[in-house]
Design a protein around this ligand. Structure first.
Ligand code: AMP
Length: 447
């Protein structure tokens, strides 16, 4: 961090965003807007409705939902006490809040399954690096209320289609596993812990901790020594109960039917406690789990764990910043909606008075318009028009006000002609082209 000296000679530190937290600047917003559009479109097509849960939840929501023993809850949450001494947490992931909302609002009474999606910021005290931040945005989908492998296939398909629409699907492979239900997982966990007992010293510090409170995570640890041991550890395949085998086989059949390629990965477990049965992740084909773009799975025990009636669910979440990184890596460009059509330059107060309503008329017609209403000289205004890179500038001086006309200047050709104020909006619309106008129609509301 660098220092600045203010006028009084007092050293001041430059104000910056906190470590691992970034501004979303206009350039990234073009990607952001495009991604949101794709997500909303695909969600609507498949009958998902949007939900926004609060950025702050009672800490208990995540402690119970995500699990005390997970990295997220034990190490990565932004937790603080409010003035009423209640423990609150900035949400580190989306599913627990959605499930809390499902229970709180009695969504069990809605037609099932309830299909919800969200586009929201999340917060994790993670180790910042490329693609890993402390505030990041996720898109997420949840289907709550029914358990069927066809729903799992549908959510994987939806995630894959969104990645296809965004031009990044080919960079990722779908890793798939079924981590069983409490019935078959109990015995497996026991045998897994027994396998590691006596080998603790070969495990990384994290895994030594996890061995007794979250042993499945030992399977997907990135440390080299832990990976070697994980290869030798008992495999879950032999432990899966007949119901889980059947569910997994049907899911793979549905994915084949949808022509979705996947890789069976018996070591994939995901970092959250609530998963049961299906888990999946979209892994970078070259960097593996390191740069995963999204992941999800089934959480049939979560609603009950959080105080609701036994209700199954399945979900998926993907990181928007990671999607943008990959779109840029693939040179995917998105349509820029921000390019300005018209710059309005004026001289004198009378012209300014005429230009203000004119700018509104132009904008109402879908013509993106800016004016340098604070700038005095015509030269300064035209310089600014150049910076905006507009195709046309409208110019009004004292003579034009008197005659009820305005000048249209073609910026590329340097040519200009005069038109009457009554015709100018339609003349400009014709020059820009109907198909390029930014027409805004919110649909009809009834007042
Ligand atoms: P997870 O549920 O932890 O697998 O997260 C789902 C997706 O969210 C990941 O695949 C990433 O795309 C994204 N994500 C998770 N944590 C971060 C982070 N700290 N910074 C940026 N993106 C993240």
């Amino acid at each position: 961090m660098s220092d600045d000296t203010n006028d009084g000679g007092v050293k001041q530190q430059k104000l910056q965003t906190p470590v691992g937290i970034h501004d979303l600047l206009p350039d990234d917003h073009e990607y952001f807007t495009f991604i949101k559009k794709v997500v909303r479109h695909r969600a609507r097509q498949a009958g998902f409705k949007r939900i926004t849960t609060p950025i702050l939840e009672n800490t208990e929501v995540f402690a119970r939902g995500v699990g005390d023993a997970t990295d997220i809850v034990s190490k990565e949450m932004y937790t603080f006490e409010d003035k009423g001494e209640r423990s609150l947490t900035l949400k580190p992931e989306g599913t627990a809040g959605v499930v809390r909302s499902y229970i709180q609002h009695g969504m069990k009474e809605w037609p099932q399954p309830v299909q919800l999606y969200y586009i929201e910021p999340h917060f994790r005290y993670d180790k910042p690096q490329k693609g890993r931040y402390r505030q990041f945005w996720q898109i997420g989908f949840e289907i709550i209320g029914e358990s069927d492998p066809a729903l799992d296939a549908q959510i994987i398909d939806l995630a894959n289609r969104i990645n296809e629409d965004l031009g990044v699907a080919h960079l990722f492979s779908i890793q798939l596993n079924n981590i069983g239900c409490p019935k078959c997982r109990g015995k497996y966990k026991e045998d897994l812990v027994n396998f590691y007992i006596g080998k603790e010293r070969s495990l990384c510090g994290n895994c030594q901790e996890r061995l007794h409170n979250n042993p499945l995570r030992l399977l997907d640890c990135k440390s080299e020594d832990c990976q070697i041991l994980a290869e030798l550890a008992p495999k879950f395949d032999q432990y899966r109960c007949p119901e889980c085998v059947d569910f997994y086989t049907k899911l793979k059949g549905f994915l084949d039917e949808l022509a979705i390629e996947y890789v069976e990965n018996p070591k994939l477990v995901r970092g959250l406690d609530y998963y049961t049965g299906t888990v999946f992740e979209f892994w970078d084909k070259h960097q593996g789990a390191q740069n995963a773009i999204g992941g999800g799975g089934r959480y049939d025990g979560l609603i009950e764990l959080m105080g609701g009636p036994p209700t199954p669910g399945v979900g998926y979440a993907s990181g928007i910043e990671r999607i943008i990184l990959n779109m840029k890596r693939e040179n995917v460009t998105v349509p820029s909606k921000d390019a300005i059509h018209i710059f309005v330059a004026q001289l004198g107060d009378d012209a300014k008075r005429k230009c203000l309503p004119l700018m509104n008329k132009l904008r109402d017609r879908g013509i993106k318009t800016v004016g340098a209403l604070g700038k005095a000289s015509m030269k300064a205004q035209l310089r600014l028009a150049d910076k905006f890179n507009v195709p046309y500038t409208l110019i009004m001086g004292i003579t034009e006000v008197r005659e009820g006309v305005i000048i249209i200047r073609d910026m590329a050709k340097g040519q200009q002609h005069t038109v009457s104020m009554d015709e100018v909006v339609e003349k400009v619309a014709a020059l820009i082209g109907e198909e390029n106008l930014d027409n805004y129609s919110p649909g009809e509301a009834i007042y």
